[in-house]
Design a protein around this ligand. Structure first.
Ligand code: NAP
Ligand code: G4F
Length: 365
């Protein structure tokens, strides 16, 4: 029997990788997709999802227009599909943007989760439909040391406050109504499909453009922030595993390794033989290429957040023990994967550019 899954946020980074994984497992994948003036199929196309559908036994991929703020539409869709599993990935997922759009963020990320869980209850699907909630390491705020499932939450943004509401709503619907509902508390995970306004992709994309002469410099916010960065392809595997267990529970997915934004910048430039030296302090700090003396990085306070989360590092031993989950990509693999993709796309958009330096750099991969 093919299982049926509904993915909200199917057009996002995780939605694309999760769709690919579920199609490989012969699921019938349905996705909630916002109606906007531009069609957004780009990520599905980049992962060749259509090829997976045509090569798989009974697998299918179908998107449906809808919005996390439209209660009746969500109820109708769940009634029509009657999914075995719902993966709630839809969110206004940018922390900085949530300070500019706090009410919208609360509505989509917080109330949106409640709407889905209420739909399951109203339709009498408590025993039929399992539910995955995309919770986040942002819930922890500025806690010292490694964070685990017992670490208290202290959100520091409208994004995290809305996700806190969604986290506890998921726990409450599990306890009150017996719904198989799980929180995946995921630490930062990135990929070539990451949105270009998140820090890792901004860096790899800008470094590729600087390399090809399409951008002068990279303009950054707080480069001393530290994150536990993994690869999205590994993390979606953990999401699926959570819903295959005998008992619903909440799990952290993380690599347990921490790096600063500064280090991410240095390592990305180093891949292309640019050595960065830092001069100055605070907003006057600059990253300069040693060989040429050219300024490649500047700081602009526009990218600072009113309240920052300085350090995140997750302990995923519970997921390792009970789900047998662990990340496969290293930090260096992640940078290579993202940079290679961005170099290729910049080069393809400028097909006359010479690429010997790139070919030499990555010929072993
Ligand atoms: P993403 O690339 O920003 O994708 C977000 C998705 O949500 C997009 O498909 C977006 O649709 C959709 N969406 C936004 N507002 C919506 C609305 N009102 N109605 C319906 N859909 C809406 O995010 P991601 O990195 O894949 O993350 C997936 C989920 O995991 C998010 O909930 C995020 O908060 C959470 N999370 C992510 C990370 C991470 O490091 N990536 C870590 C922890 C938790 P459009 O394409 O139309 O914009
Ligand atoms: O890449 P970021 O925007 O990701 P952030 O804020 O950690 O949030 C991401 O991960 C969360 C999990 O912990 C998810 F829940 C959330 O949905 C999202 O996927 O920023 C990372 C760090 C921050 O400390 C930020 O201040 O990088 C710092 N940073 C420095 N300069 C910058 C920039 N961030 C962005 N986006 N752009 C900059 O220019």
């Amino acid at each position: 029997m093919n299982k049926t899954a509904l993915i909200t946020g199917i057009t996002g980074q995780d939605g694309a990788y999760l769709s690919r994984l579920l199609l490989q497992k012969n699921y019938r994948v349905h996705g909630l997709k916002r109606r906007s003036s531009n069609e957004n199929q780009d990520r599905a196309e980049q992962l060749h999802l259509i090829d997976f559908v045509s090569n798989s036994d009974g697998a299918s991929y179908q998107t449906h227009y809808g919005d996390m703020t439209d209660t009746a539409g969500l109820v109708r869709l769940i009634d029509e599909i009657r999914p075995d599993e719902i993966y709630n990935l839809a969110a206004q997922s940018h922390v900085r943007v949530s300070f500019d759009m706090p009410e919208f963020t609360g509505n989509v990320n917080g109330l949106g989760t409640l709407r889905l869980l209420e739909a399951i209850r109203l339709l009498g699907l408590e025993k039929n439909t399992k539910f995955y909630q995309a919770s986040t390491s942002e819930l922890y705020g500025n806690v010292q040391g490694k964070q685990n499932e017992e670490t208290p939450f202290a959100p520091r943004s409208p994004y995290a406050a809305a996700k806190l509401f969604a986290y506890w709503t998921t726990v409450n619907y599990r306890e009150a109504y017996g719904i198989f509902a799980c929180n995946g508390i995921l630490f930062n995970h990135e990929s070539p499909l990451r949105g270009e306004n998140f820090v890792t992709r901004k860096i790899t994309n800008s470094v590729a453009k600087i390399h090809y002469g399409l951008l002068d410099k990279l303009t950054m916010g707080n480069i001393d922030a530290c994150r536990d960065w993994g690869h999205a392809a590994d993390f979606v595997e953990g999401m699926v595993l959570m819903l295959q267990q005998a008992i619903p529970d909440d799990y952290i997915l993380a690599t347990g390794e921490v790096h600063s934004v500064r280090e991410f910048i240095e390592k990305t430039f180093a891949r292309l033989d640019y050595e960065i030296v830092w001069q100055g302090k605070g907003v006057d700090e600059k990253g300069i290429e040693r060989k040429s003396g050219r300024t490649l990085i500047e700081i602009d306070p526009i990218f600072f957040r009113p309240t920052e989360v300085r350090y995140l590092c997750g302990d995923s031993s519970k997921a390792k023990k009970f789900l047998n989950w662990k990340p496969r990509h290293s930090f260096d693999d992640l940078i290579d994967d993202m940079l290679r993709h961005d170099l290729d796309s910049v080069q393809n958009s400028q097909s006359s550019f010479p690429s010997e330096r790139i070919k030499n750099k990555f010929k072993s991969n």
